[in-house]
Ligand binder design. Sequence first.
Ligand SMILES: [Zn+2]
Length: 310
Amino acid sequence: MKRTLITPLAWIVLVCVQAQPKQMCITIDDLPVVSYTKTDLEFLSEVTEALVATFDAFKIPAIGYVNESKLYHNGQLDPGRVKLLELWLQNGYELGNHTYAHKNYHRVSFSEYAEDIIKGEQVTKPLVQEYDMEYQFFRHPYLRIGSTKAHHDSLKQFLDKKGYREAPVTIDNEDYLFAKAYHLAYMENDTSTVKKIAGTYLIYMEEKLLYYEDMAERLLGRSMKQTLLLHANLLNAHYLDDLARMYQSHGYVFISQGEVLKDDAYDKPIIKYGDWGISWLDRWALSQGKKGEFFKGDPVTPKFVREMAK
Ligand SMILES: [Zn+2]
């Protein structure tokens, strides 16, 4: 019997051709910065500069979602805070709308919410256009998209009319709890707690990645272009580079908001609604009738982090 021999080099070529890199879009919410106890411009600049430096270093075509209420200081539009947004644009990073005051669509009237969307584009939209970039994406605060189909449809229609595309999230997580705990410990110079939170955060985020990768495989029968949600805070300013390395070690390259939405997984219908702020993978799974067992193994935020973030 004649055996076909494949040389080691041929194997490498074969593996390289077959192994398409996995793709991920990194989206950052609550711009310019989630500042907790520290609101001076110097601190806000430090966080922004660190995030942008990491995008540059790891070739992350990130998008930031802005709450324009945070551009005001003592009731006045603060040019220093607007400059933070310009730092994103100057370096080629996109900005989108996250409403003016981070309102929950499930808790306010439609007209109040719609008004908050329009109020949320007043500064950012002209600024983005000055940089010859497109302003077109909307991220729902608290990932609340509407508690019924009709409730969601009316928002979707409004967004369509205003030229916005919805920006779903697939890798949802509680980075904001870790971030608050980290921020408080950091400001108290509690080095051992700072290290403990950061170490736990990196493990938790890797577990979340694996959880949602696996869910995508089980739901779609294939991997998908993932969308990660993070927030603009001190924790991510310090550890986004470690996160990026972790994602790279799992075979990821980073892509833009427009690119990630080319995956037709994002066109899957949603027919189940509730008072949920969840991943779109969860929404698609619920819409397909998946129950309890399907969602097993979702990594939880450790109790000590939850306690600290209270
Ligand atoms: Zn938000």
